[in-house]
Design a protein around this ligand. Structure first.
Ligand SMILES: O=C(O)CCC(=O)C(=O)O
Ligand SMILES: [Fe+2]
Length: 306
């Protein structure tokens, strides 16, 4: 029986071709999903789960994926679905399959009422460079940092990588970074002194949280390191707290991991432990046709019973 390869690290998961072939068949039989409230309907979860369970080697894959995402030792994974995208494209069928795979981890949900389950992140040459659709460096952050209950996982599917070869995804273990800081700085990060962002038309992420502490008293499986580099530029942040947050930002950069994702790579990030961001896109985006520019789809997950 072919073994599922865990590529150059525990976190990069390639599928054996036998499983890919079966998933391609399954993709064509999955029905459109239903959303109830803000969550993937349990009827869809059940149908998708039953379909995947029929695939040989799927159990082994799920085991590897959940092990990579285990909050104690890991917390992120990149599932390489490029061969499947090559075979069936990155349209509806593929998205059903990707949704089914993610539903094995936690419940796909739609925190932003304005956007569909899979939210497009394209490349906008007129956006501020550091924003999600911008072309610049998107500094370390967690998504929905100013909600009392941010999504447990954020996931990013690379539909089109930057044709200029840049725009790598970056990750950093925020709990590791905090552990390298002094007790004094950590004490400052535990103060409710930080704020960032607006809060409107959201579902199932709790209440607006602001000002918030970066560090909370929760166990790592429930709490967050509420950080976004953008909060450093917020007016009203005093020097002491700005200094502590800048120190954390430095430690996050010191621990940075970078992945240049390919078409069909699906990155899953546990927000209780990891922060993420993006390297700048390549220079010369104006020479790239709009339809060829970097495109991601983002989906959020809520842990069952969370
Ligand atoms: O562009 C990227 O790779 C990351 C975007 C992102 O993190 C976001 O929009 O929240
Ligand atoms: Fe993000």
């Amino acid at each position: 029986m072919p073994e599922i390869a865990s590529a150059d690290s525990l976190n990069l998961i390639d599928l054996p071709s036998e499983l890919e072939s079966r998933l391609i068949e399954i993709g064509s039989s999955l029905r459109p999903w239903d959303v109830r409230g803000a969550h993937l309907a349990s009827s869809t979860m059940e149908q998708y789960r039953a379909a995947l369970d029929s695939a040989p080697l799927f159990r082994e894959f799920r085991h590897l994926l959940l092990a990579a995402l285990d909050g104690e030792v890991g917390g992120y994974a990149v599932v390489r679905l490029g061969n499947i995208v090559q075979a069936i494209g990155a349209g509806e069928q593929f998205l059903r399959l990707a949704t089914a795979i993610l539903a094995e981890v936690a419940v796909p949900f739609q925190p932003f009422k304005r956007w569909p389950l899979w939210k497009e992140i394209g490349t906008d040459l007129d956006a501020k460079p550091g924003l999600s659709t911008g072309t610049g460096y998107n500094a370390f952050h967690m998504d929905l940092v100013n909600a009392t209950r941010p999504p447990d996982y954020t996931t990013l599917l690379r539909v089109r990588p930057d044709p200029l070869g840049a725009g790598a995804s970056i990750l950093s273990d925020a709990r590791e970074a905090v552990s390298r800081m002094s007790a004094t700085s950590r004490a400052h990060l535990a103060d409710a002194a930080f704020s960032y962002g607006g809060f409107f038309e959201l579902s199932d992420v709790g209440e607006e949280y602001g000002p918030f502490p970066v560090l909370d008293d929760e166990p790592a499986s429930r709490g967050f390191v509420r950080f976004t580099a953008k909060m450093l530029a917020e007016p009203g942040l005093d020097d002491q707290h700005a200094h502590a947050a800048a120190e954390l930002a430095e430690q996050l950069v010191a621990g940075q991991i970078s992945h240049t994702l390919q078409r069909g790579d699906l990155m899953i990030v546990d927000q209780h432990r990891w922060v993420h961001g993006r390297e700048p896109l390549g220079d010369g985006q104006r020479n790239v046709a709009h339809a060829d520019r970097r495109l991601l789809l983002q989906l959020f997950l809520r842990r069952a019973g969370a």
